[in-house]
Design a protein around this ligand. Structure first.
Ligand SMILES: Nc1ncnc2c1ncn2[C@@H]1O[C@H](COP(=O)(O)OP(=O)(O)O)[C@@H](O)[C@H]1O
Ligand SMILES: [Mg+2]
Length: 311
């Protein structure tokens, strides 16, 4: 029986108390999580949270300091080669060869997986069509836009027909059109049953793509859940934002014992069914400076990781 189809393998990734230290600095501090087949799992966190360090251990780029890690039900320490053959990786940087053509980049990468020339060329063509780059196949990578390069890195990561795709900030620095292009492709892959692990600090990306996610900060996991669950659990459904709040509004919120963040020039109030509250507050401060909107994952992220600048 083909072990790839073994239904008894429940978890695609089972990470238990993973740690990574660099000298006396702990970049990943005892994190545990699992990823199920067909799931898109997100690792979110501000810069320096330890996302890249965590996933580098998963695809064998950097050895773990401590913990246990199984991928496809196999221990990473003793089965790294066979695991790597079944993983596709988009690293944070576009590590393409700029002087080679689009097609050559695909072919050379296929070489790492010992694919026959015929299969490599066939897959390269299919994948270049998939990411809408076949018309640029003979152009040098150096002549591509940032969005095209990112799509090429994605196509290249799929050349071995992986069972798990790992993406490190796949759309950082891209224009809105390119981001949406990448998201569409990832959604198609997900629909076809591919398991995806993605790191991002874009909350719209995570809300759109991730079934479940963890938010990390300073090497640790702060919370885990689906985007909706996390919003419900940590904030409630609604957010009221008040710009340039009058002292009267703050007094009112304190008196009512309501949960809010005071950013000085702006108040952010969290709650459920805030319609009535919104009217009360906007009556106090004038309707222009007050809005009612749905709470988002970005609100959760900022509440949990704070608003201070990172690295
Ligand atoms: N090779 C390394 N040596 C020393 N420190 C490192 C190394 N790689 C990463 N770090 C540190 O580990 C922390 C986590 O980094 P990283 O995993 O890249 O964060 P993220 O991907 O979440 O932005 C950072 O403080 C970073 O400076
Ligand atoms: Mg990173």
């Amino acid at each position: 029986m083909n072990p790839h189809n073994d239904k008894s393998i429940q978890q695609i990734i089972a990470a238990n108390r993973l740690r990574k230290t660099f000298g006396s600095f702990t970049a990943v501090d005892d994190i545990s999580f699992s990823v199920m087949p067909g799931e898109c799992f997100g690792i979110l966190g501000p810069n320096g949270a330890g996302k890249t360090t965590a996933i580098r251990m998963l695809y064998g780029f950097s050895p773990m300091t401590d913990g246990t890690l199984q991928i496809f039900g196999l221990d990473v320490k003793s089965n790294l080669r066979s695991i790597k053959a079944r993983i596709g990786v988009c690293q944070q940087e576009n590590n393409l060869d700029p002087d080679l053509t689009v097609f050559q980049n695909m072919e050379i990468f296929a070489g790492y997986f010992n694919l026959s020339r015929t299969i490599a060329r066939k897959r390269a063509e299919t994948l270049l069509s998939f990411i809408a780059l076949n018309h640029r196949r003979n152009d040098k990578v150096i002549d591509l836009s940032g969005g095209m390069m990112r799509r090429l890195v994605l196509a290249r990561a799929l050349i071995n027909n992986p069972d798990l795709l790992i993406l490190d900030e796949p759309t950082t620095g891209l224009d809105p059109q390119s981001r949406h292009q990448v998201w569409q492709r990832l959604e198609e892959l997900k629909k076809n049953g591919l398991t995806i692990l993605i790191t991002t600090h874009y909350m719209d990306e995570a809300s759109r793509l991730c079934d479940r996610l963890i938010i990390m900060d300073k090497g640790r996991i702060l919370v885990e859940g689906s985007p909706l669950q996390l919003v419900k659990k940590h904030l409630g459904r609604d957010v009221i934002e008040v710009t340039e709040p009058a002292p009267e509004v703050i007094k009112f919120l304190d008196r009512m014992d309501l949960e809010y963040e005071n950013l000085g020039h702006r108040l952010i109030i969290y709650g459920d069914n805030c319609d009535k509250l919104y009217h009360t507050i906007s009556d106090k401060c004038g309707h222009d400076g007050c809005i009612l909107r749905m709470a988002t994952l970005e609100d959760v992220f900022l509440k949990l990781t704070g608003r201070d600048l990172r690295e």
